[in-house]
Design a protein around this ligand. Sequence first.
Ligand code: HEC
Length: 386
Amino acid sequence: MNSHRRGTGSTALVAGVVLAGMAWSTSLVAVPADDWAALRTGDEVFRAACATCHGARGTGVEKSIRGFDVDPPDFTDCKFTSREPKNDWVGIATEGGPLKGFSPMMPAFGKVLTRDQIEAAVGHAKGFCPERHWPPGEFNLPKALYTGKAFPEDEAAWSVKATVEEPVAIIGKFVVATRIGARHQLEAAIEGGAQQVDVEHDDGTVTRRWGEGAADLAVAWKSVLWQHLPAGTIGSVTLDVFLPTGDERDGFSDGIFKFEPALAIGQIIPHVGFLQLQGGAELSTDTSRAEHVVFWRAAVGRTFRRDGYRRAWSPMVEVVGETALADDAPVEWGIAPQLQIALSRRQHVRLGAGVLVPINDFESRQLELKAYLVWDWYDGGFGEGW
Ligand code: HEC
């Protein structure tokens, strides 16, 4: 490849793009349309339009040469390059960095390159990560309220769930997760809140009072077992360990270790949406205190985004079921309609909310309202990218 010796046409392009970086919205349009139209392959487009700042090898051009402060990212870092869906990058290249709250030094190419050319350049940029075992960002499906995800995350999530009829419970949860290598994730979760508990007295009467406290601390490991983008499938195993740290007195803990192995599958259904499945068991280490429980959950939904990359909103419906492994234990079914929306322009802060409606045993069960706020901290500080 004679990439380092380009013709004068390309030199003009390169100069045009450097100018563009300095006044991104206006100067790019000044580049002669004919020159851009001749660019076909991802390699050609990238070298002509992106390499002045991102470097022919994708590592970013040195500050002394590019002449501005904001560092371009290193596309050869798979941890970075694999995590966003390709369409998000197409959006940034089309409309410029500010689309997602990045610097305007990342110019907009939507007026000078065709969608095909931009997709080709982005494909080329993604190709700088040579390792295929990093699950691509397309698999980072919207987080459902109950069904666990197969994709490993770098995130912090706050959630709250509440029942509205007596006995009332308001329980908050905080989860922090970090990716380990390409395919693994380590997570810690703590739950707590206030709930009404019934107290039986010596004379046989029952009174209801408020109890508050913390539930068991949970530590979890997740490993992606397989992922194949052409088929749209990702599958993971998780193991949650519940430590008996919670308050037993008001029913926040059974005072024993519990282990929760589970399998999670994510399936992209092109043009239609996605399906997420999770099944597992909560295994008790003392069945006189707590029974083993098996559970299964499914979430179907669709993400709507104007142009394929603007702010996402994802309506979903979940069906959940669980039963204790004990004689005569009922199977509890529920259905949970819900909505997830991206709050920040960068889409790294999202809100989900919905309601879990029992579909059997109505007398003994009630509605549960649930909402979460999730922040993908790898993509920027909580206050960045709005
Ligand atoms: C004028 C310099 C310049 C040019 C030309 C340029 N970029 Fe950028 N690009 C940047 C800078 C600087 C950033 C980092 C912005 C930030 O972090 O705020 C960036 C960031 C990005 C990102 C953001 C990734 C992320 O999620 O953090 C993508 C994707 C990208 N560029 C793709 C491209 C593509 C594709 C082209 C060519 C079509 C291109 N860039 C051309 C300077 C440039």
